[in-house]
Design a protein around this ligand. Structure first.
Ligand code: EPZ
Length: 429
């Protein structure tokens, strides 16, 4: 098991280049399997989730080859079966995009229900409801196998009674092959949904409204590919590094970002007394001399609200702020599990249901903690940055699933962080 050892007390300062968005890449790569030709996808983060998905594509018979430092060429034409009964599918929640991609392309699909971070039940009922609206028949088989089949996919009006990133993308992946117009109402608006729609449109699809809560998809029987597409920068990686500046009293500029994607966080940081300066593709965060980091209240919401994937990091920031802060987690039913680790470090946090109340200003002490999931793992490292002594963040595999070159980037900003145990054995790209 690999651990990160973090010694607290350093101010983090400098410039850090942000990688491509893991969650956008998972959607766009699945879309590359839904079109009828090869495509080159650039700015893909070298993280375990992406390697796992590319290995699944290879096992399904697709041609997948590295064509550059962060680019991969995918040709799905060699995939002839619509079955994805691979054990690796169970480990990666993002593999569920194959449901929409294969249902659209083959008219049927059979695969294992996917797994994912331990953030509660995380059902896919909204995905299935969308596919059934398009004319598919859903069957839950034994051994966790789901199957969908449609004689013909027909455009439909679909209202998502809960905003869902995955369901919005998955329905889009099927609807591009349906006959006629599909309207997704109450759609998720995350930047990575726009990325998937832009990729599909560059392959000849006709999708309008991505990024708003109503997306219109005119089905087309043939989606020619043979193009190159670059993934957007990772807004969650960006926000994670942005918060490290005020947390440690440093001065960090994140590069290769889209500032508008970070507006929900930038607004809250300014509320807390942080100076946030936006450039064309950069954001600089620092505290003016004499400025104090003040607590505030957060509530996670679908985009453009405050992202749930920055919730654990923001709770650590509140631990370092003056006053009483509040975090309401409205997306997941149990995304506060990591807080018992912060308490072990001396944090004063009371949780009740969806609310966590953080009494800031308590000095944290280094302790052995666990990376419960991808974002909570990064938050544990952040807590170590301001803790007295050494914090051992154990089982960092979840962090390596979604943060590219995490240790190298942290060291480049001045963090005292070292690795104990084997480097993650990342499947070859
Ligand atoms: C995506 O998960 C992200 N993962 C998550 O990021 C992120 O936390 C989440 O969106 C919200 O922004 C990927 O993109 C691979 P949802 P997803 O469908 O699509 C409930 C990370 O750290 N729901 O928007 O699974 C669900 O249980 C990960 O990178 C249903 O009830 O999220 C949740 O409470 C963690 N039925 C809420 O909706 C469904 O059919 C939002 O889920 C689908 C979802």
């Amino acid at each position: 098991m690999t651990s990160y050892l973090v010694k607290g007390g350093n101010k983090l300062s400098g410039r850090v280049n942000i990688s491509g968005s893991k969650n956008a890449a998972l959607g766009v790569l699945a879309a590359a399997m839904a079109v009828d030709g090869p495509s080159v996808i650039e700015n893909i983060p070298q993280v375990i989730d992406i390697s796992l998905l590319l290995d699944i594509f290879r096992d399904l018979g697709a041609e997948v080859e590295m064509v550059g430092e962060d680019a991969v060429r995918i040709d799905p034409r060699t995939v002839t079966s619509s079955e994805a009964l691979l054990e690796s599918v169970r480990k990666l929640r993002g593999s569920y995009y194959l449901l929409g991609a294969f249902l659209g392309r083959f008219g049927k699909v059979r695969m294992y229900l996917p797994g994912g971070c331990d953030l509660g039940s995380r059902p896919i009922d909204l995905h299935i409801k969308g596919f059934e609206s398009l004319g598919a028949t859903f069957t839950m088989e034994e051994n966790g196998v789901v199957s969908l089949e449609a004689k013909e996919l027909k455009g439909a009006s679909i209202f998502l009674d809960q905003v869902s990133v995955g369901a919005t993308i998955n329905i889009m992946l099927a609807a591009v092959h349906a006959k006629g117009m599909t309207v997704i109402d109450n759609a998720a608006r995350e930047p990575h949904i726009v990325d998937v729609a832009n990729f599909l449109n560059s392959a000849g699809a006709n999708i309008r409204g991505a990024g708003t809560d109503v997306i219109r998809i005119e089905g087309s029987p043939h989606l020619a590919a043979d193009m190159t597409y670059a993934i957007i920068p990772d807004q969650i990686e960006t926000g994670t590094y942005m918060m490290m500046a005020p947390l440690t009293g440093g001065d960090i500029t994140v590069e290769n970002v889209i500032p508008t994607h970070l507006e929900p966080l930038s607004a809250k940081l300014r509320e807390m007394g942080v100076t946030v300066e936006e450039g064309g593709d950069t954001i600089r965060c620092y505290m003016e001399p004499g400025a104090k980091l003040k607590a505030t209240s957060f509530k996670t919401l679908p985009y453009p609200g405050f992202p749930t994937d920055l919730q654990p990091q923001a709770v650590v920031l509140l631990c370092g702020a003056e006053g009483t802060g509040r975090m309401i987690e409205s997306i997941y039913e149990n995304r506060f599990q990591y807080i018992d680790n912060l308490r072990r470090m001396g944090a004063n946090i009371i949780c009740s249901g969806k609310l966590a109340v953080v009494q800031g200003g308590n000095p944290l002490m280094g302790a052995p903690v666990e990376a419960r999931d991808l974002r909570a793992g990064a938050a544990m490292v952040m807590a170590g940055l301001i803790a007295k002594g050494e914090t051992k963040v154990q089982n960092v595999y979840p962090i390596q699933r979604g943060y590219e070159n995490f240790v190298r980037k942290m060291r480049s900003l001045g963090a005292d962080i070292s690795v104990e145990g084997p480097e993650a054995v990342r499947p070859a790209w």
